[in-house]
Design a protein around this ligand. Structure first.
Ligand code: SF4
Ligand code: SF4
Length: 382
């Protein structure tokens, strides 16, 4: 089996095909601290892509409440259990994963370690919604830096992985990764509905259509991306948690690229369950109020450092990060570069044109209580 480099593991790993990175790789960063679980993303995706026959149960985008929520039921707990011990060696300058990936742990004769969910596992997508980590005990009910009782919302789409398990598992070679942007698609003509991809994807982001008898998945709204515009779930996000761009190949980080800056330079945005080995291209700013060990299991050994970095943004110590977060709440265009100009942040679109300009800190203007020019009293509202 070929060996490929997975930078998120800090080592080489086994994969069924040779390393073949696309010319450009779309990527997105989700700031978990901002998600309010309004499910607008979920429903905006559903309205355009999964409102047909056989798609009733499907959510290409879903948002689950952690620690108890999941769609399909128990997807992450199940695969983590199957995978066995997942250790990281953190003694060197960068962490190295010492456990097995889903490719390396595949049973004899199979390409990927996985399981096929039962139909019922998709029946309750809101299970655990808004539940807290433990019952609320009034004696513990106080706010601290780390909350005694906690939950958070995990928005998920297909990760458009560098090493997709869905693609690796398909006996028909019906799944492909686009050279121009790294979006992973299923060729609907070639697919015969064997569901090997549904079994293999550890994030359970491929869904089977029982009417057409072929598999389907998130297409990262590629018609929008081709025009330099964000996918719909990202555009409609109420909490403005999402940022869209292109991530450079590992080792070629461009500090002016907003995604590179978040992922490689500041390591604020982390992959979800990197130990699975797929090198997913959706990254998360981890929640800052939950137990560190939970974050580390979910986002890898860099989670503690990312939380500390995020806290520094709030105190004004990371102006570049603040600039990126502000720019991305102010545009629907894919930004490829950003710059700080005095107290303003500027973002540039896929053509290198200025697309958005925002103040780093909103100006505060206090008006006189009485306006003598028109003879009225005014209240300042903040
Ligand atoms: S998240 Fe799953 S469906 Fe999406 S590319 Fe990765 S393996 Fe395939
Ligand atoms: S629209 Fe945004 S804030 Fe609302 S649930 Fe989706 S990701 Fe979270």
């Amino acid at each position: 089996m070929p060996t490929v480099r997975n930078w998120q593991l800090g080592r080489e790993m086994d994969y069924i095909y040779d390393e073949s990175r696309p010319d450009r790789q779309v990527s997105s960063v989700f700031d978990i601290n901002k998600c309010i679980a309004c499910q607008t993303c979920t429903m905006s995706c559903k309205a355009i892509w999964t409102s047909g026959k056989g798609q009733e149960y499907m959510f290409w985008n879903s948002v689950e409440t952690k620690p108890w929520g999941s769609y399909p039921l128990g997807w992450d707990v199940k695969i983590l259990d199957m995978l066995g011990p997942q250790r990281w060696d953190t003694s060197g300058p960068s962490a190295v994963y010492e456990g097995k990936t889903v490719f390396e742990a595949a049973p004899e004769g199979e390409r990927v370690l996985g399981y096929l969910p039962e139909n019922e596992d998709y029946a309750n997508p809101n299970r655990g919604e808004d539940e807290t980590s433990e019952p609320i005990d009034p004696s513990k009910f106080h706010l601290q830096d780390l909350h005694a009782i906690w939950n958070f919302y995990l928005a998920r789409i297909c990760m458009h992985c560098t090493y997709p398990a869905c693609l690796a598992s398909c006996p028909r070679k019906a799944i492909y990764k686009r050279k121009e942007d790294g979006i992973v698609l299923i060729d609907q003509e070639r697919c015969r509905g064997y569901r090997e991809c549904v079994r293999a994807c550890p994030y359970k982001r491929v869904l089977y259509n029982h009417v057409t008898r072929i598999s389907e998945k998130c297409i990262f709204c590629y018609p929008a991306v081709e025009k330099g515009i964000w996918p719909r779930c990202m555009r409609n996000c109420i909490g403005k948690i999402r940022m869209v761009g292109y991530i450079s190949p590992p080792g070629e980080a461009d500090p002016e690229n907003p995604i590179d800056y978040l992922v490689y330079v500041k390591k604020l945005a982390l992959p979800l369950y990197p130990q699975l080995g797929l090198e997913p291209n959706i990254y998360y700013v981890p929640p800052i109020h939950v137990p560190p060990e939970f974050n580390r299991q979910m986002f890898g050994p860099g989670a503690d450092e990312a939380v500390e970095t995020y806290k520094r943004i709030r105190t004004g110590q990371e102006p570049e990060l603040r600039a990126i977060l502000l720019l991305n709440t102010s545009t629907n265009k894919i930004l490829t570069k950003f710059r700080l100009e005095g107290d303003e942040a500027v973002g540039f679109d896929v053509n290198g044109q200025e697309a958005v300009r925002v103040m780093l800190v909103e100006k505060e203007i206090v008006r006189p209580y009485r306006d003598d020019t028109v003879g009225v009293y005014r209240h300042n509202i903040t």
